[in-house]
Design a protein around this ligand. Sequence first.
Ligand code: AMP
Ligand code: MG
Length: 481
Amino acid sequence: MPWRFDNTYTLLPELFYKRVMPTPVSSPQLLIFNQALAEALDIPRETSDISTYANTLSGNNLLEGSEPIAQAYAGHQFGHFTMLGDGRAILLGEHLTPDNERYDIQLKGAGQTPYSRRGDGRATLRSMLREYIISEAMFHLGIPTSRSLAVVSTGDLVYRETTHNGAVLTRIMSSHIRVGTFEYARQCGNIEDQKALLDYALKRHYPQLLETPRPALELVRTILEKQVELVINWLRVGFIHGVMNTDNMGIACETYDYGPCAFMNQYHPKTVFSSIDRQGRYAFENQPFIAHWNVSVLAGALLPLIDENEDKAIELAQAVLDEFEKIFIGQWYQMMLSKIGIEKLTDESKQLLTELMELMQKEQLDYTNTFRSLTDPEAPAGAPLVSDLIPEWNAKRLKIIEQQSGGIESAIERMRSVNPAFIPRNHVIEFVLDIAESGNLAPMYDLLDFLKNPYTPQSQKLDWNKAPKDHDKSYVTFCGT
Ligand code: AMP
Ligand code: MG
């Protein structure tokens, strides 16, 4: 099937985007191409004529039907409002699958745009490969995410603190409409512009809300619920996004912007890896509260569309936002209890969960391997078994499970479906990236293959599942690399 571009974003008022062409690169080479994703989207697969994709997915040649733009947006970065926009990403357009599903096709690192401010519009090879690995891992973990179609090395150098090889990543998402896009509309647009964006977003993602009496309010409610679901998934697998600014929160509620993210090894609720997050604003345990904060920013941006009377709009929005705690706490317990095989929230099951979390924190246990040790004594790569550490705790837990309708067997099956046996460990990613940068991509391909079945123990790669000796204490992640 050929590409089928349809560029509806360019039908929005002009303040929402700028037309801009990718800046050519000197020597594009296709390093990795996601055949399975190409097949799922019905786009041409990589053929023997690899140079075609190297040229189109670096931005040197235009894909037929594409109308490249940079999107305008604003955002709260670490709590502070800023005007932003695609500074190094260029949207080639929207591709339609044969079922008319719509996907943004974006080149990240494609050169400067009117929104680049002082940036060079480029990305390093290492960070684009890292995003490819982690986004694909998230997809296979069953977590809504942007996808990565390809990484093309550019042959050009990128300057950060030192020199790096440059690359362009092809990112695929169901859209790049952000909380920050609505903030931008409120700040820079008139009421007609705000309405146009709301109408566009609803038609694209939540058409059923168009029929409700207050679509803008229902959008806030829907995003609140979907964002809770997303963050619950992150907490389930120990994922720390790292930079949950409002420009990095999409209204389709998919995980994206993989710059400073990382997976937690040793359980500690305050874990932070990002070099710039000195206050721990985006720490592991803070993520749900930040999601709530971000949704309140969305509500604030939508106030004039919720009701003409501002007091009334605030009252309505506040009532929706106030639902957050109840929704989150309920789902969090359900998810965490499912990790230990228990279905019902009771005082006893709550107590069991608290005891385990306290033990994990005190003994510095590995988050992934500890939960997995409840079902797979062979999988945790040398990790202690919880049943050995706290036998009485385990006996109490098993007693509850035995009384559940499916008994132990169905509990084990459920636990294996929510507790990954394998996550992309930071030290493993860095290991394959070091080798990739020296020109050998084989270990990275191997890792990507391995990440396709995160819930199935694969004993041949137990080493890759070991927690690092220092729990990644000195591991630091960066934005904008
Ligand atoms: P992020 O931290 O990735 O969400 O980026 C925040 C903003 O900075 C976005 O508007 C990006 O487009 C922009 N940005 C990040 N890196 C660069 C770069 N190298 N050149 C231009 N703009 C950039
Ligand atoms: Mg961003």
